[in-house]
Design a protein around this ligand. Structure first.
Ligand SMILES: [Mn+2]
Length: 245
């Protein structure tokens, strides 16, 4: 059987971001970057992972949407608050307008084409914003909690907080459990939920950590299963579900 082609979004890195610590390329060159974790996870789950070059061209985007069977919207920089109608707060992180513009166009076409979508971290937040939801620009200053969601210097696979899974949700089917432990690498989170989205799981302090949409074939999570599966095998089940559905 032919393996499903899974298009995975990538970082678009401006020359100026790369310039300070340049290891590759020449001055003036923008580059594409991606964490290998996504590609390894999709490959192990039985899919054929393909990086999507961020090229802002409508013909290109149409071809990609036709060619790929499924789409993974990956992690990365903060979504521009202007896209959910808020002014930029002092504690919002780095914003890449090129990537936002490209991925919003891509997401629109993928949803129109009805192809399955898996969102992770930034991908999860981008989908929420696309469907009319909003985000906390920075949890530390906007959401009172004793849980550390932004564990920047903690190992990628380290379990740091609980995930409380909704009854009869997709995540309950995937993990066969109502509660698991997950990593946490986000300083932003869903504030108001987008249209047609259903909550799949929350953290103990009440933040949405997973949502789905049957209408749009979306499953999206705030944590990073691709950083965990090597150490915590249950996390690979999420990618297997995505490939096999
Ligand atoms: Mn978290």
């Amino acid at each position: 059987m032919k393996k499903p082609l899974v298009g995975i979004t990538t970082y678009y890195v401006y020359d100026v971001e790369n310039a300070k610590y340049r290891h590759i390329g020449a001055p003036g060159q923008d580059v594409m970057m991606a964490s290998t974790d996504y590609y390894n996870a999709i490959n192990l789950a039985g899919g054929l992972p393909m990086p999507i070059m961020p090229i802002d061209d409508d013909d290109y985007i149409d071809s990609i949407v036709k060619t790929m069977d499924k789409f993974l919207f990956s992690g990365g920089s903060d979504v521009d608050p202007m896209l959910y109608g808020e002014a930029l707060r002092y504690d919002c992180g780095y914003i890449n307008e090129f990537r936002d513009r490209f991925e919003m166009k891509l997401l629109r076409r993928v949803i129109e084409a009805g192809k399955p979508i898996l969102g992770i971290c930034r991908g999860f937040q981008l989908i929420n914003v696309f469907l009319g939801g909003s985000l906390y620009q920075d949890l530390k200053s906007q959401y009172e909690s004793s849980i550390q969601h932004a564990t920047r210097n903690v190992e990628k696979h380290k379990k740091t907080h609980k995930l409380l899974i909704e009854k009869e949700s997709i995540l309950e089917k995937i993990f066969d459990n109502s509660e698991i432990l997950i990593n946490s690498k986000h300083h932003q989170a869903v504030k108001t939920l987008g249209e047609n989205l259903i909550i799949e799981a929350v953290s103990e302090d009440g933040l949405i950590e997973g949502f789905s949409s049957e209408k749009h074939s979306i499953l999206a999570v705030q944590w990073h299963p691709e950083m965990m599966y090597e150490y915590h095998v249950e996390q690979l089940e999420l990618f297997k579900w995505f490939i096999n559905q």
